[in-house]
Design a protein around this ligand. Structure first.
Ligand code: BG6
Length: 479
């Protein structure tokens, strides 16, 4: 049902995500008049605060996390905020929350980010407080379970109160402009699609590298590890967008139908096709940093790095490896997708001493948004000693190409879509389940083979085995 909610209820309203992302996003949307003046935003968390106390809290967060040039309209935004303390385990407290939210006939959007153990009581509380129904939709932030079984439990609990078309599972990578641009690149240009298959693509690399370490998230991260924290969601979504067939329309059903087919076609990974690592002390940007075990204060088998050679078993991708790698405390923050094309079938230049290199498309998602296509060109000259060819980049720096539009953070887009009810950039239940299915099988094989993470020095590109993973196929990671 299409409606624009005039109430927004934020769970976890005093948490890290709210401070860094949600409040700044909402403030920006409010300042740019993208959300209606009447939208009432109610925050809730355990902390005892009144409305004014929460406004003060929000102001401090905005001053800390929002660039000064985007803080216009802050006073007006703060006046939209209300707050109700809540212990989600106490069902009787949801009535006061409902009173604070007020009438919901015009529509309510809920943003739920909570510990996995609180999902069920929260949903039950929302039902008891009358905060469900046809005009209520719910956005769910990860972690949504730790494997397929627990994810199904959460999804079942949610489904008892919210139909799938009112359930918005968040993967914030889908809110990133460059990730959406992948669809434009693939499906708004004629030249890529005919080449986008096993006949012309040798392999694909997807890297999500971070320089940060544990970041005071030990409780969550040590129970998750890189595979579940990053691959299960963000990286598989990137893979699905690269790998999917052209959808007929840009809409939630068509796009998600195509993504899920790719996720279901992922081949079970052989234990030799994964490498895990855990960082030890080293240096990032010349600054010494501690090892994972030191940060954690104990030994752990949790992987902070993972590299996987994945395969999509369908006609389009037969025999094309998708190399995935992600890790904490790597030398630079970088998310990129590399599409390595095959060599030309026959080089007419070989007799003249020139070497051709296969074309490569690099889609840099962050920190800079850049699309680079490497093309072969002739080095200028009279060629008396043979023809020389060189690979030259055809570059689109998105920041230069689109200097005008404001660069928005992913949650601005996602919160707006949640308020207005557009599910295109949210993950459907069948996608999540296909993702978990594949991830669970990898974890099971790690357990069977007693695989423990290898160590790597903070500031390096992970364990040397990750390099061997591609090198034995004659492939080098793009750095
Ligand atoms: C989150 C992970 O989902 O994504 C974090 O839990 C990670 O561990 C973060 O740091 C990365 O997001 P981004 O947008 O900074 O690439």
């Amino acid at each position: 049902m299409s409606f624009t909610a005039d109430r927004l209820l934020l769970f976890g309203a005093t948490g890290d995500l709210a401070q860094r992302m949600l409040l700044p996003s909402l403030c920006a949307l409010s300042a740019d008049k993208l959300i209606a003046p009447g939208l009432r935003i109610v925050g809730t968390a355990r902390q005892e605060l009144d409305d004014q106390g929460y406004r003060n809290f929000a102001r401090a967060a905005l001053e800390k996390f929002m660039p000064a040039d985007r803080r216009g309209g802050m006073a007006e935004f703060l006046n939209r905020l209300y707050y109700q303390p809540l212990d989600a385990n106490q069902a009787d407290q949801f009535q006061a929350l409902a009173d604070k939210v007020g009438p919901i006939e015009q529509g309510l959007s809920i943003f739920l980010s909570t510990a996995p153990s609180l999902f069920e009581p929260t949903i039950a509380g929302l039902v008891a407080g009358g905060l469900t129904g046809d005009k209520v939709r719910i956005g769910l932030e990860k972690p949504l379970g730790t494997d397929l079984a627990t994810s199904c439990e959460i999804n079942d609990a949610v489904a008892r109160a919210f139909s799938e078309d009112r359930t918005f599972r968040i993967d914030h990578y889908l809110g990133k402009e460059t990730v959406q641009n992948l669809l434009a690149l693939r499906f708004a240009n004629i030249m890529f699609e005919p080449l986008w298959n096993a006949a012309h693509i040798d392999h694909v690399q997807i890297t999500v590298a971070e320089t940060v370490g544990l970041e005071s998230r030990a409780g969550y991260y040590d129970g998750a590890g890189a595979l579940r924290d990053m691959v299960q969601n963000h990286m598989l979504q990137l893979l699905a967008l690269v790998g999917m067939e052209p959808p007929a329309n840009y809409d939630a059903t068509a796009i998600r139908d195509e993504k899920v087919k790719v996720l279901r076609a992922l081949r079970l990974v052989h234990p030799d096709e994964t490498v895990t690592g855990q960082y030890r002390k080293g240096a990032i940007d010349g600054q010494p940093v501690a090892g994972y075990d030191d940060e954690l204060g104990r030994d752990s088998d949790t992987e902070t790095f993972v590299a996987i050679k994945a395969h999509i078993d369908n006609w389009r991708w037969k025999g094309v490896p998708f190399y995935l790698r992600t890790g904490k405390r790597l030398p630079q923050r970088k998310t990129e997708i590399v599409v390595q094309f095959r060599p030309v079938p026959h080089s007419i230049f070989a007799g003249r001493g020139a070497r051709t290199e296969p074309n490569r498309l690099v889609i840099a998602v962050q920190p800079e948004e850049n699309i680079t296509l490497s093309l072969m060109a002739k080095v200028p000259g009279l060629d008396r000693e043979g023809i020389r060819l060189r690979s030259v980049p055809l570059d689109i720096a998105m920041a230069d190409a689109f200097a005008g539009p404001t660069k928005r953070i992913a949650y601005e887009r996602l919160l707006l879509d949640l308020i207005e009810g557009d599910q295109t950039l949210f993950v459907r239940r069948d996608e999540v389940e296909a993702q978990w299915d594949w991830i669970d099988a990898i974890r099971a094989s790690w357990a069977t083979h007693g695989l423990r993470p290898k160590t790597y020095t903070a500031g390096s590109w992970g364990p040397s085995a990750a390099i061997a993973l591609t090198e034995r196929d004659g492939v080098t990671w793009h750095e």
